[in-house]
Design a binder for this molecule. Structure first.
Ligand SMILES: C[S@@+](CC[C@H](N)C(=O)[O-])C[C@H]1O[C@@H](n2cnc3c(N)ncnc32)[C@H](O)[C@@H]1O
Length: 309
């Protein structure tokens, strides 16, 4: 299974991680294995990489793509929030470089049966890891209307969250909403046709996807102590695709780079914190116009990176 699109910000990620022989690397979002492939190529002949993906189909695609690297590529099904445990399981302490390329992949969007796309009809699923207990149909058909509105507002930044939640509620009283198409049409009817070039259900689908997969919770858990994965001078690069994630990454990296977390004007430091990293990207890196032209998924990507002290 090949990915339709090239990995986002590929040269920028390898430029930051500077993979080299004997290095150890971590990719928490393998997807089709594009970033990992480049890291393994650049760290020849004996650099090694631990790659995780919680989606078994993505893992299978990555295994195929990275098979030629043999034992240098160690691939596992898992959640990147458990990165530390995954490293210990294979006897690694810390790594020279780590990358997260957040969110869903183009393959998720391109597979109607996974339920991520409102362009094609499919079941309302949206689970990247199909072992997760809650799918999009459960949220849409069973969550209280106020909770639905909160999800749409908080995760989709959807200004018409209440109106959409009310329309969903009205519809589901008549019968379960089972398909992506039914939901997309219902949202379009509730808020009126297209605005600009975005489909009116874009934000609703984003919000549900984030809720179904606990995306912000996973990122938050990773950002709590993600710097601990890195050796001294080890580097971490994170690519995010919407402002909620980018804000979390920005704030965590800022915190990690501060030497003290005491409130301003505290006479004597009491926080016990010490600086963990240097910021490599005071401003996020974004794809070139040429990359966005080639790969529209790159459009909203932002890359931030740090280096462990
Ligand atoms: C944007 S794609 C990665 C593409 C990849 N960098 C490449 O070059 O092909 C994101 C991948 O991360 C996975 N993913 C998202 N959140 C995850 C998590 N918390 N733990 C593990 N994998 C996750 C998704 O299943 C998806 O395959």
């Amino acid at each position: 299974m090949e990915y339709a699109h090239a990995p986002v910000l590929l040269d920028e990620v390898t430029g930051i991680l500077e993979p080299r022989a004997q290095g150890k690397y971590f990719d928490g979002t393998l997807g089709g294995g594009g970033h990992s492939e480049k890291i393994l190529e650049r760290s020849e002949p004996d650099g090694a990489l631990l790659g995780l993906d919680w989606d078994e189909e993505a893992l299978a695609a990555a295994e195929q793509k990275l098979a030629r690297f043999g034992a240098r590529a160690i691939l596992r099904r898992g959640n990147f929030r458990d990165a530390g445990a995954a490293l210990s399981e294979i006897g690694w302490d810390r790594v020279n470089g780590a990358v997260l390329d957040l969110g869903i992949s183009s393959r998720h969007i391109d597979a109607p049966e996974r339920g991520f796309s409102f362009q094609a009809d499919g079941p309302l699923d949206m689970r990247m890891d199909r072992r997760r207990p809650v799918d999009a149909a459960t949220i849409v058909n069973t969550y209280p209307v106020a909770e639905l509105a909160r999800i749409l507002r908080d995760y989709g930044e959807e200004p018409r969250a209440r109106r959409i939640a009310a329309a969903i509620d009205q519809e589901r009283r008549r019968g379960r909403i089972e398909t992506t198409k039914a939901l997309a049409e219902l949202v379009a009817r509730a808020v009126g046709g297209k605005r600009g070039h975005l489909h009116p259900a874009t934000k609703t689908f984003q919000a549900l996807r984030i809720a179904v997969n606990g995306e912000l919770e996973n990122l938050e858990a990773f950002l709590e102590k993600g710097y601990e994965l890195l050796r001294p001078r080890g580097r971490l690069a994170i690519i995010s695709f919407h402002s909620l994630e980018d804000r979390m990454v920005k704030q965590a990296f800022r915190k990690w780079s501060r030497s003290c977390l005491c409130p301003p004007r505290t006479p004597v430091c009491r926080c016990g914190w010490s600086q963990k990293v240097n910021l490599l990207t005071p401003r996020p890196r974004v794809p070139s116009a040429a990359e966005v032209e080639r790969n529209p998924r790159a459009r909203s990507a932002k890359l931030r990176a740090v280096e462990r002290l």
